[in-house]
Design a protein around this ligand. Structure first.
Ligand SMILES: [Zn+2]
Length: 309
């Protein structure tokens, strides 16, 4: 295997530092890539996080795979690990790169494009050609908590099989976002699962645990790891909808992510701040809450609950 002119032989492990660019201060920025190779040929998996720099819960999941030597004794194949793809965003506690662009809307990228396109290009040029499949770890956004879930490309049997093997609490079939990493991988014939769990700039032990167990199960299913924790049955989600705030105010929820809800059931309330009025938020349909808003103050139209069904 050759990544960025470095050869990694079967049975070898390596840590590569790919040059991403420079800061205005002329400080060089590097992308750290850890490669674990069994001496036995087999599939090549990518495990990556930090495409959005503020999604540190996903970075922590991938960091722990390295710290606990999860891939130190692979039975076969290769694992390519990138804990932080968007190094710029990670340093700035930001989802995006410093010019405000989203790396996950900039794929496949280009060597001479915007900063986000350049970061995307490094993955597309160096990593995508050598992998067969992978998992891209994410979290919800600001104040938005995602219950641990795998998103896979609807109608793609290979993606569905990988999602089943991962065994997250929810398995969501949807279409990849245009210009996303997942879409670029799909077009190259390489299924890329997206894991979502927790919210940005927070650790969430439950989501971390589900993410780590899922990687083990996925690689076990491919014959790459000798064992994996047993999985609970996953709930398949075919469609999702956002339930939004009909009015502004202070938001409190009774029902939270992971729970089943019935149409018309009270999920929470929105109050004015003066103790005068209270407006219930009722479930718009039967389903499961796969994400919810932790913000105590909401504006009209703000997403409150992500319902899957
Ligand atoms: Zn993300």
């Amino acid at each position: 295997m050759i990544i960025n002119n470095t050869t990694i032989a079967p049975g070898e492990n390596a840590i590569l530092r790919l040059n991403v660019g420079r800061l205005p201060s002329d400080t060089r920025i590097y992308l750290n890539v850890h490669v674990y190779r069994s001496s036995v040929p087999g599939p090549v998996a990518a495990v990556l996080a930090g495409v959005h720099g503020d999604e540190v819960n996903s970075v922590e999941i991938v960091r722990r795979t390295i710290a606990c030597h999860m891939f130190g004794n692979l039975l076969m194949g290769t694992v390519v690990v990138i804990p932080v793809l968007n190094v710029y965003g990670f340093n700035n506690f930001s989802r995006d790169v410093p010019d405000g662009k989203d790396v996950n809307r900039s794929f496949p990228g280009s060597a001479k494009g915007s900063l986000a396109a350049r970061v995307a290009h490094i993955f597309t040029k160096n990593i995508l050609p050598v992998i067969d499949f992978g998992v891209d770890f994410h979290t919800g956004g600001s104040s938005n908590y995602n219950y641990p879930q795998i998103r896979y490309s609807k109608g793609r049997e290979q993606s569905r099989e990988l999602a089943e093997a991962f065994g997250a609490p929810f398995t969501v079939a949807n279409r990849p976002i245009p210009k996303s990493l997942r879409k670029t991988c799909l077009e190259a014939g390489k299924p890329m699962l997206v894991f979502e769990g927790g919210e940005n700039l927070r650790f969430d032990g439950f989501a971390i645990e589900k993410g780590l167990a899922g990687i083990r199960r996925l690689l076990f299913s491919k014959g790459m790891l000798p064992e994996a924790p047993p999985g609970a049955p996953t709930i398949h989600i075919e469609k999702t909808t956002w339930q939004r705030a009909a009015r502004p105010g202070m938001f409190r929820w009774w029902k939270q992510s992971g729970q089943a809800v019935q149409k018309g059931e009270p999920l929470g309330v929105i109050n004015d701040p003066f103790g005068q009025d209270e407006f219930p938020v009722l479930a718009s349909r039967n389903g499961f809450i796969i994400g919810h808003n932790n913000s105590p103050v909401v504006r009209p139209g703000d997403a409150l609950f992500h319902l899957g069904y």
